[in-house]
Design a protein around this ligand. Structure first.
Ligand code: MN
Length: 248
């Protein structure tokens, strides 16, 4: 019988409850390999570590962990650790939402993007709230979404999934969405170190600005799971035409 091979990564680190729950939910239906950062690398985006070598370690539960970024993990998994190419790459379940502009900063989305750039269908999973509540519900939803297979989508696909932190029975359904948009980030937090020098903590992301119908924000706020298909090409096609005029 065909058994799907799935590579699992995240940005919260290999010990995070979200990746443990995801691995547990998927091990019943697939042959899984887990390769994740050794520590929390949330906000790492698509960074590759190029200024030092990377090491791979193996935990007692079989998870591999790397002293690098989420993108490093998927890159090394595909090029050095796994004998066969996986059928699917999944990332998460992240502690907290990756909606709208978050997708550009997210290490969770980045791990999936790295798989997608290697030509493998990839899905990023995040819980809307950070409290790790109803994680069993999110893991069950993630498994259901994976088992759908998405035969209508072009291969490879890149999906960004956000799951409300509510019990499984309370989830109203799963909707295809577009990314919303956030306001500018909240102010940086300035403090002083013991030597009297100014130090800065990056502030939290801004509130939702475009949370209109059809967005990830709108959908999850109404107790639906949001699935947004992503692409990597950042070209602004409309401005490309305008630019022709300005450059002629
Ligand atoms: Mn994270």
């Amino acid at each position: 019988m065909f058994r799907m091979k799935i590579l699992i990564s995240n940005d919260d680190g290999y010990l995070a409850p979200g990746i443990v729950a995801l691995a547990e939910a998927l091990s019943a239906v697939a042959e899984i390999t887990v390769v994740a950062p050794d520590s929390n690398r949330s906000g790492a985006s698509n960074a590759l570590t190029l200024d030092r070598p990377l090491s791979v370690y193996r935990a007692d539960n079989g998870f591999y962990f790397v002293n690098g970024t989420p993108t490093d993990c998927v890159h090394i998994a595909l090029t050095a650790i796994m004998k066969d190419k996986p059928d699917l790459i999944v990332s998460g379940i992240n502690q907290g939402q990756n909606m709208g502009d978050d997708t550009l900063y997210s290490g969770t989305v980045a791990a999936a993007t790295e798989g997608y750039l290697f030509g493998i269908p990839s899905i990023a999973f995040s819980q809307v709230d950070k409290a790790w509540t109803c994680l069993d519900s999110a893991a069950r939803i993630a498994r259901e979404i994976i088992l759908r297979g998405f035969p209508s989508l072009d291969q490879p696909f890149l999906l960004n999934v956000n799951i409300p932190n509510i019990p499984y029975e309370k989830i109203k359904g799963i909707h295809s969405t577009r990314l919303g948009k956030r306001h500018t980030s909240e102010a940086v937090i300035r403090a002083q170190d013991p030597h009297g020098r100014d130090i800065y903590w990056i502030g939290p992301p801004g509130a939702a600005k475009d949370a209109g119908e059809g967005t990830d924000f709108y959908t999850t706020s109404r107790d639906y799971v949001s699935v947004t298909p992503l692409q990597v090409d950042l070209t602004n096609a409309r401005q490309m035409q305008q630019l022709i005029a300005d450059l002629s």
